[in-house]
Design a protein around this ligand. Structure first.
Ligand SMILES: Nc1ncnc2c1ncn2[C@@H]1O[C@H](COP(=O)(O)OP(=O)(O)OP(=O)(O)O)[C@@H](O)[C@H]1O
Length: 260
């Protein structure tokens, strides 16, 4: 089984031991994967198209029809199946925005605050700061359903940050946002790190992943092809001490197959 551990001796903030997961029994998409995220850590879940990254994220959120595994928070097992309350500790920021057609941006935020039991005053402070940070303050009484793609993505970011969860699951955050919004996203993640919140993110933008993430899990064909720090990945890919993540990724996922 592939593992991904911090080696600090302390139980990780979050650990998922996934035996198998998929869309129907008997046809697992992902097998034998252990994902570990420590307090304040940023882990990049990387892999080629179709490797199983989104499937893994859906599994962590309890949204897969077939899921066999265990999830633990701070070393304590939370659930044996997908029916636990894990999702209450996670904010999921999807690649494709999920929005209600008939709710304004502000009404979306009110709904999320109510679901997350955020006290009124705290909600207003957080919402105001986030709306200004992501430049959507002027649009708060408009319908996100009619926003541009990037504005919709920012709406999902605001919703996620509003909750201040223990763990952020972020699916492909770098595509679709303008450079200013990416900077604000990185700053907001820095602030969240100082609060102790952790991030598990998927992306194909490997330069950004290399700068942002402390560790990586490289998924290939539904299993873990390599994991650890950039140095670990360099060693596992035998790409040399100066290699970029991009080169390691290519060697571990495409190189051999391209030569078959
Ligand atoms: N709803 C679904 N029902 C059945 N199979 C699915 C479903 N969604 C994805 N798959 C299959 O699961 C496999 C992994 O897909 P997944 O979306 O997890 O990949 P990914 O690593 O996120 O890829 P990408 O980088 O392209 O987003 C693929 O073979 C895909 O066809």
């Amino acid at each position: 089984m592939d593992t991904f551990t911090a080696g600090s001796g302390k139980a990780p903030l979050f650990q998922a031991d996934i035996e198998e997961a998929g869309y129907e029994p008997g046809n697992p998409i992902v097998r034998e994967v252990i994902l570990t995220v420590n307090t304040g850590e940023r882990v990049g879940l990387l892999g080629p198209n179709g490797a199983g990254k989104s499937t893994l994220m859906k599994g962590l959120l309890g949204q897969l029809p077939h899921w066999k595994g265990k999830i633990a928070w701070n070393g304590e097992e939370e659930r044996n199946s997908v029916e636990g309350d894990t999702s209450a500790r996670i904010a999921y920021i999807p690649e494709h925005p999920i929005l209600y057609e008939r709710l304004t941006l502000w009404e979306h935020l009110v709904l999320v605050a109510a679901a997350g039991s955020i006290p009124e005053q705290l909600f207003r402070e957080r919402a105001d700061k986030l709306l200004r940070r992501f430049r959507l303050h002027a649009y708060k009484h408009e319908y996100p359903f009619r926003f541009s793609k990037g504005m919709q993505q920012k709406t999902m970011l605001i919703i996620g940050f509003l909750l201040q969860p223990e763990l952020y699951l972020v699916d492909e955050p770098f595509i679709g946002l303008d450079p200013g919004a990416v900077m604000e996203l990185l700053d907001a993640l820095d602030e969240e790190r100082s609060r102790g919140a952790a991030v598990l993110l998927t992306t194909h933008v490997l330069d950004s992943a290399e700068r942002l993430c402390d560790r990586f899990v490289l998924v290939h064909d539904g299993g873990v092809a390599a994991s650890g720090t950039l140095e670990d990945i360099r060693a596992q890919s035998e790409c040399g001490p100066e290699a970029r993540l991009f080169d390691c990724f290519h060697k571990l996922t495409y190189y051999d197959e391209a030569r078959l």
